[in-house]
Design a protein around this ligand. Sequence first.
Ligand code: MN
Ligand code: MN
Length: 287
Amino acid sequence: MPYGLNYADAEAEFNEADAVIFGIPYDHTASFKAGAREAPTAVRRASYNFEEFHFEHGLDQEPLAVCDYGNCDDFILPEDMVEEVKFAVGPCINAGKFPIAIGGEHSGTIPIIQSFEPGSVALMTIDAHLDSRDEYMGTPLSHACVTRRAVDVHGIENVCSVGCRAIGREELERDDVVPFVSSFEVFDKGIEWAVKKMLDGLKADKVYLSIDIDGIDPAYAPGTGTPEPFGLLPIDVKKAISLVGDRLAGFDVMEICPPADPSGITSILGARLINEALAVHAKNLRS
Ligand code: MN
Ligand code: MN
């Protein structure tokens, strides 16, 4: 384990683990501000803020066996990052364990979602951006292409996004627009309505939930490379994880940028959202 610091309470060996945490310290396609490579370490550090036990999920919580795999090796080219992440995360998914990734930029989600059998899982993102471009700045593996790469593998009926509010015209002027609910609609109609609407449209039963931290309002999550006003509330994102509930098949928190987060509050929120996903997964294992 690099840096000598595990995620809090993640002390299981890989073979005995129910959930496995991976760091993906990659930020070489970042289009606005780099620095997300430092997030896996910052979020691990922030994870020591919290109780292991979350009373709101019930008093019968069994501690989950969590393994911290450490960080994937860093590479410059996105193709090399994709191969490395598949090499690391693939065995976790094949073994039926629950993968949790800490980015790095959002492009790190691409190899994870590609590691699931085609059509076996849906991708739901929480993101200010739709990330549905065919390619961006010369690469189809950019963080602006995450949902489009998921469409390639799992189909348009297995991809959706919640909280979007910055979408390119070329993303909307096509026949296969990735289904989304904007943050404006979430504020009008509520997070329960939004997540249910998206879940009901997905064909696969299992859902991989990917949190681009810029989906949350920059007032609460300032430490990110491309902050965008009018974002979701942290409590709504917490609720969204529970609303996915027993369909949750994997989770990540991407795009935290510690150099833009001097107070550390964005990393703290990222760690708490990971704990929320772990609590929902633990609940799923119990039932
Ligand atoms: Mn984004
Ligand atoms: Mn994104």
